[in-house]
Design a protein around this ligand. Structure first.
Ligand SMILES: NC(=O)c1ccc[n+]([C@@H]2O[C@H](COP(=O)([O-])OP(=O)(O)OC[C@H]3O[C@@H](n4cnc5c(N)ncnc54)[C@H](O)[C@@H]3O)[C@@H](O)[C@H]2O)c1
Ligand SMILES: [Zn+2]
Length: 368
């Protein structure tokens, strides 16, 4: 922990050799980024890509750089997943050219996962790679997408099909920005935090249970604690499997094979990602229960916690044949069974590649 002006700032280091970076978590950070991050103050110009819903915060960030005589070009991108496309990337390339960006220009992404992925992809590719700085403004992007270096855009035929690994040079998480985040988006982010508890941190899980009401009320001290712990979990996994090669990073997909199928068949936008993940984790636990991997009390505790966070805990009423079709394309193992990350106890998961379609069908909605 470090101290600036009047606030305490938590720090999480992501250890990746020469690509290591710090995540700072606190309040009132936005106006002081150049002094908080020494490497950032060295940029000669900032190309800030901002979500339309965080323009006030963008002005604060810009002022901080301008006070240090660093020029800021400020681009506002409309909100929505459909911005993660080649057209939007092309517009940003044009604006980078127009602003005479060079290798010392740093791209700053200010927004949720959409902005982080889009601006990050542009940073990874323009001029063979510009430095990227992340200022996540949704809970989901604070605990997930801004950490780990995956950037990308969608192809009409598939989400995140065009992308790269491009680690940021720093991440600033200012929880003050969450004040304006709509409730549903906030709760959706909580699902990913429950996920970290389930896959690797039983203490985090218990902390969420004991403090659910305060967390829903967005109490700053609780927010800082659960965001820091989530970033530590993700940093730990990413530092051991930066480019998804050892299989470790796959544990982050707990609940996600179900979730992707719900999102694809149900239609993106009907459920937010975290909502689909919540119901997906419940389904995954039912598979674990049926295999005797966990006992009922664990599955029940997770359902109770998700309910306390007002997240869905039942699978959507969609055709199991259609859902299975998506899962087959997604995660088929060599022997024709499906691959799933399943809980083996609270705070631990393993990869199973022998889950049958019958196992999966048994936990989907019977109403189809
Ligand atoms: N790269 C990765 O590792 C990774 C991981 C997980 C998810 N993702 C990607 O992240 C995206 C989803 O991210 P998201 O959930 O942050 O959604 P998002 O970026 O679409 O933001 C959600 C909504 O909140 C608004 N918003 C953002 N910050 C706000 C604030 N502080 N106040 C008010 N409104 C605000 C946005 O305008 C938008 O309408 C998906 O495209 C997903 O593929 C990437
Ligand atoms: Zn997710």
């Amino acid at each position: 922990m470090t101290q600036t002006s009047n606030n305490t700032i938590d720090k999480v280091r992501v250890n990746l050799g020469p690509r290591s970076y710090d995540i700072l978590i606190g309040q009132g950070l936005l106006a002081n980024l150049p002094s908080l991050f020494s490497n950032v103050g060295k940029a000669t110009a900032i190309f800030a890509v901002c979500d339309e819903h965080v323009q006030a915060q963008a002005s604060l960030v810009a002022k901080g750089f301008q006070n240090q005589n660093i020029n800021v070009t400020h681009v506002v991108v409309p909100s929505g997943e459909n911005q993660k496309c080649l057209d939007s990337a092309a517009k940003l390339y044009d604006q980078l050219v127009d602003s005479h960006a060079d290798r010392k220009t740093m791209v700053l992404a200010l927004g949720g996962g959409v902005i982080g992925d889009l601006a990050g992809f542009v940073a990874a590719t323009f001029n063979r790679g510009l430095n990227l700085f992340m200022v996540p403004t949704t809970l989901l992007s604070m605990v997930d997408s801004s950490v780990g270096g995956k950037v990308g855009i969608n192809h009409p035929k598939g989400k995140n099909l065009i992308g790269a690994f491009h680690q940021p040079v720093g991440v600033a998480i200012d929880i003050d920005v969450l004040k304006s985040l709509p409730d549903r988006e906030y709760r959706s982010g909580l699902a990913e935090i429950v996920k970290y508890g389930m896959i690797m941190d039983a203490d985090l899980f218990s902390f969420l249970e004991s403090n659910a009401a305060g967390i829903l009320a967005r109490k700053p001290e609780l927010l800082i604690k659960i965001i820091r712990r989530s970033c530590e979990c993700k940093a730990q996994i990413v530092s051991q499997d930066e480019r998804e090669e050892t299989g470790l990073r796959a544990i982050l997909n707990f609940g996600h094979t179900f979730a992707h199928a719900f999102e694809t068949i149900g239609g993106y936008g009907k459920w937010l990602h975290g909502e689909a993940v919540a119901a997906g984790m419940v389904c995954a636990n039912k598979v674990s229960l049926n295999r005797g991997l966990i006992d009922e009390s664990i599955a029940n505790r997770m359902v109770a916690l998700l309910k306390a966070f007002k997240l869905p805990t039942d699978p959507p009423e969609l055709s199991s044949a259609a859902l299975l079709e998506v899962m087959r394309n997604d995660k088929k193992s060599v022997r024709g069974s499906l691959r799933f990350i399943l809980a083996t106890k609270l705070g631990a998961v393993s990869l199973f590649d022998d889950v049958t379609e019958e196992n999966v069908k048994g936990v989907l909605s019977p109403l189809n």
